[in-house]
Design a protein around this ligand. Structure first.
Ligand SMILES: Cc1cc2nc3c(=O)[nH]c(=O)nc-3n(C[C@H](O)[C@H](O)[C@H](O)COP(=O)(O)O)c2cc1C
Length: 188
């Protein structure tokens, strides 16, 4: 990949303002500082009407399609969700259910979650990561997890989390060198 990357940020929160979205935006800013590029943001809570229309009519609205395409065509995907009942939010999953199963093949992805306590920090590895393994994406080994203690006024204040974000972003460098071809239909 020689040109500036297209970056897609998907946040699975219902809140605004949101710690989850603040985490995602901090990652997106770090990706931009390191690799350049533009960020397209999808807040799934803003797509409730679109989800309803697509479920009841079977056709995707132009707005929803724009968000789906932005993620499918991104060079780097950042996916963050609040922890709800030990997993990602239902709407977060619903959005990714709408993507082409092969669209994220080989795609560099950074995963993050926010929760009420550190007891659920492995949600990133045991819930989010398998979803992106399904997509055959290249997920950074550095998963991100934050709790209330990492934020003041929705700004990250803990140096350890800032450093971990930088490690996650730097871990994408080798993945951005390669150009995985989409899986041919016959191989699916
Ligand atoms: C319905 C619901 C379920 C939750 N379940 C968990 C959970 O299982 N584990 C956890 O650590 N936090 C849980 N939380 C807390 C949220 O994950 C946490 O407050 C998160 O940071 C909220 O992010 P936001 O600022 O984007 O809304 C839950 C919150 C809600 C509303």
């Amino acid at each position: 990949m020689n040109s500036a990357p297209q970056i897609a940020l998907v946040s699975g929160t219902f809140s605004s303002p949101s710690k989850t979205s603040a985490l995602g935006q901090a990652v997106a800013s770090a990706v931009q500082r390191t690799y350049g590029g533009a960020v397209h943001t999808t807040e799934v809570a803003g797509l409730l009407r679109e989800f309803g229309i697509s479920l009841t009519t079977g056709s995707t609205t132009a707005t929803l399609q724009r968000h789906i395409s932005a993620v499918e065509q991104a060079d780097i995907v950042i996916a963050v969700s609040p922890v709800f009942k030990g997993s990602y939010s239902g709407l977060f999953k619903h959005f990714f259910d709408l993507l082409d199963p092969y669209a994220l093949t080989g795609r560099p992805v950074i995963l993050g979650a926010t929760g009420g306590s550190e007891r659920h920090s492995l949600v990133v590895d045991y819930e989010l990561r398998p979803l992106f393994n399904y997509f055959n994406a290249h997920v950074s080994p550095v998963g991100l997890f934050a709790t209330d203690a990492d934020f003041v006024d929705y700004e990250i204040i803990t140096p350890a989390l800032v450093q971990r974000i930088d490690r996650a972003v730097n871990s994408l460098a080798p993945l951005l060198q390669r150009d995985d071809e989409p899986i041919a239909a016959a191989e699916r």
